[in-house]
Design a protein around this ligand. Sequence first.
Ligand SMILES: Cc1cc2nc3c(=O)[nH]c(=O)nc-3n(C[C@H](O)[C@H](O)[C@H](O)COP(=O)(O)OP(=O)(O)OC[C@H]3O[C@@H](n4cnc5c(N)ncnc54)[C@H](O)[C@@H]3O)c2cc1C
Length: 460
Amino acid sequence: MNVRMTRRDLMRLLSAAGLGSAFAGTVIPETSGEAKGTPVPERKLIQPTTRSYPSAALRHGAVVQPERTLPVLQRVDVLVVGGGAAGFAAAVAAARAGASTAIVERYGYFGGLWTGGLVLLVIGTHARDGDTRKKVVRGIGDELLERLTRIDGGIINQGPGRFNPTVDPEATKYLMDEILGEAGVKVFLHCWGVDAVMEGRTVRGAVFESKAGPRAVLAKVVVDATGDGDIFAAAGAEHEQRLHAIGLVHRLGNVDRVDRAKLKQAGKGDGHKMLGARTPLPSVTWVNLRGPSTNGLDIAELSRLELQHRRSIWQRVQKLRRMPGAEDLFLLDVAPQLGVRTTRLLAGTHQLTYKETRDGKRFPDVVAVGGAQGARHAEWPIPFGVLVPKKVDGLLAAGRCVCVDSRLIEDMRLIAACLTTGHAAGAAAAVAVRSRCRPRDIDVGTLQTLLTDQGAYLGL
Ligand SMILES: Cc1cc2nc3c(=O)[nH]c(=O)nc-3n(C[C@H](O)[C@H](O)[C@H](O)COP(=O)(O)OP(=O)(O)OC[C@H]3O[C@@H](n4cnc5c(N)ncnc54)[C@H](O)[C@@H]3O)c2cc1C
């Protein structure tokens, strides 16, 4: 017998069995679209969200935003802006160190380019150590990777003797939600950070645009993990801005049904190269795209590339589907997030150079350790100064926008390094709060002890 049960029926049954609250957040999908007979939810009239401030005005041809007082959404010890690999690790580290912590993200999920950009391959987890490889991503980043191994289809290439794992984006988002929740981090999604709240030269919080209008979150320390340095730029921190290749990643489905030999023959050696790289799902691959080097902060360029890349991906996949052997293949999805590699880089109290990393320079204030593409070269210590703005206080940077020279960008922007600099920035923010001092003045020994207690590897 095929009995169709609605969510409401199920909740009634569960609560009769005393299980209602345990499943209160569970979504029971409908079997089809807005099916006839589906109970219609109450469309209750509520008080409209009001604006207590005037609109922008057009005055003598210029658009002027009048002075206004903003509602404060939350007051916390540590505010992390941006929930990519770096922001995730920063928020978890700060919260676990006892700081009340909030994370604000412009989209509806965590992981940034890693999950939303569908950049699934975590490069830089290991470094060369003589004839062997040493894992440099430990602590919060590695905990996430390890926990992914417990999810069927969550990750491949993670475990002893393996390096550079590939993750499933949905499993990663799911676990990030879980780990942030366990750490007690207050989460604000769908909020776009647009300004820093300043008191003199010190950042005291940030302003976000939301569906309900602009809101502020106040904090003792703010970690800018936006990837593009949106908050340190708004705070007036010194920085540089660079062009880099902007791509767009996509995934293919039914790849396991492709007759590669037939495709290779038909495509004169080309078609099989368009199939992309493995993911934890046997039928799915991800396909990287480099794209032209341009300005990732220019909305005209971002719009142009989004449209251009999506069109070319669609055309490439259609072409592929017409090749013998690849008929069952299909475009599973195009990343919801454009692949911006580098834009702003902080001018920190230390600019880490490529030469320093290849010379094996050691730093007494090491807070993280970088790995290598394919674990080809030795580990490189990352000093605290790459996270600390030269002059602005109350702020740290993490992830792909920290202070490095142009040659080191390619190493520092790898996901593994973003996880470890994020971990370091979050822990440093918590130490500053605990010590009631500016982040630049914290006792680095105390930070290093906290980081190693939290499982991080400092190469010391
Ligand atoms: C096409 C492409 C391919 C790549 N390939 C690889 C690879 O194979 N392996 C590898 O290791 N690395 C790769 N990288 C690099 C790597 O993916 C990124 O550098 C890394 O994921 C960056 O992490 P992040 O946390 O610093 O920044 P992001 O992932 O950019 O995260 C920033 C987060 O902040 C949010 N945000 C931004 N601005 C705001 C704001 N104003 N307010 C609120 N939220 C905001 C974003 O939505 C995002 O969630 C690739 C990058 C690209 C673009």
